[in-house]
Design a protein around this ligand. Structure first.
Ligand code: SIN
Length: 295
């Protein structure tokens, strides 16, 4: 466990005159029976000892997406927190801000013609080893709107009949970076003519490497086709799964405030950024933790 002292932390210590109390209990309040919990008594910018890391990690494994309020942090502090969970992921199509290739700016304003993540997906599932998780810190939010939906793919899988689970368990699907990304970031000034995007096959039902629970792993943004089926069969099955996955029973909806953070487990969750707030501004930074090949 790395224990990083940084200038912001030292400033906080000087202001409060004490070290953060590593024994103070973090509060974890579940938001729905299947997915989502709000975390309080925890500052992401402060160094984390083993006990607090264990509590956050355990909560993420149980609730799949964690929400934090009133968080102030620099990009370096956000990256330091993310690194406790694994190596940082670099996006294949979106360059980071100067000096921070591992960061994605999430920004929409009156000049925007589209946004990132405006459909159900799990991040960068076209990678051979798609991200473990993503940590989004929002600093500017619209007066109303701009919520993000998260859906538990454990709950979606577990709600299927046994024959359907068995059939899906033998299938793989093609996840295409080409389909998802080609030309998509022109609005951010990205010319991708020379970029080669990843395309990879993954199981339709994946097993979480920590919890060992099974979840559905196809999504609207990246999944091109289910392998071995005719195009008609593949389209029909994907449409059925997308309809099933989007049931409100599997979801939690997060209302952002300035300083809010969402930390989601891409191995168990899909999310959907709602763009209902044009022409207002919504702005933040995402840091993504690298993962392993799904099995
Ligand atoms: C994303 O990471 O897909 C964007 C999520 C959001 O803007 O709420």
């Amino acid at each position: 466990m790395s224990f990083t002292l940084n200038s912001r932390f030292l400033r906080n210590v000087m202001r409060r005159g004490k070290m953060p109390d590593s024994n103070s209990q973090i509060s974890i309040d579940p938001l729905t029976p299947h997915i989502g919990a709000e975390v309080s008594n925890f500052q992401i910018a402060e160094p984390m000892d083993q006990s607090r890391f264990g509590q956050i990690h355990a909560a993420l494994m149980t609730h799949q997406v964690l929400f934090f309020r009133n968080q102030e942090m620099t990009l370096d502090q956000q990256k330091d927190f993310a690194r406790q969970f694994g190596e940082l992921h670099i996006h294949p199509g979106i360059p980071g801000p100067e000096g921070h290739p591992e960061v994605i700016a999430i920004h929409t304003d009156e000049n925007s013609t589209r946004i990132a993540g405006e459909d159900w997906h799990t991040d960068v599932s076209c990678d051979a080893a798609p991200p473990l998780g993503s940590i989004l810190h929002m600093h500017t939010v619209p007066k109303t709107g701009g919520d993000t939906l998260f859906a538990s793919m454990y709950a979606a899988y577990e709600a299927l009949s046994e024959p359907m689970q068995t059939m899906l368990g033998g299938l793989t699907a093609r996840h295409s970076g080409e389909m998802a990304y080609r030309g998509r970031y022109a609005y951010r000034g990205v010319d991708d003519a020379d970029l080669v995007y990843p395309n990879n096959d993954h199981p339709v039902v994946r097993t979480h490497p920590v919890t060992k629970r099974k979840s559905l792993y196809v999504n609207r943004i990246f999944t091109e086709a289910i392998n071995g089926l005719t195009p008609t069969e593949s389209d029909a099955l994907l449409q059925f799964l997308y309809l099933h996955i989007s049931k409100p029973e599997f979801q939690v909806r997060f209302r952002w405030q300035p300083g809010s953070v969402a930390f989601w487990d891409n191995r168990a969750v899909q999310h959907y950024a709602i763009w209902d707030y044009f022409p207002q501004t919504r702005s933040g930074y995402r840091v993504t933790v690298a993962g392993d090949p799904p099995y």
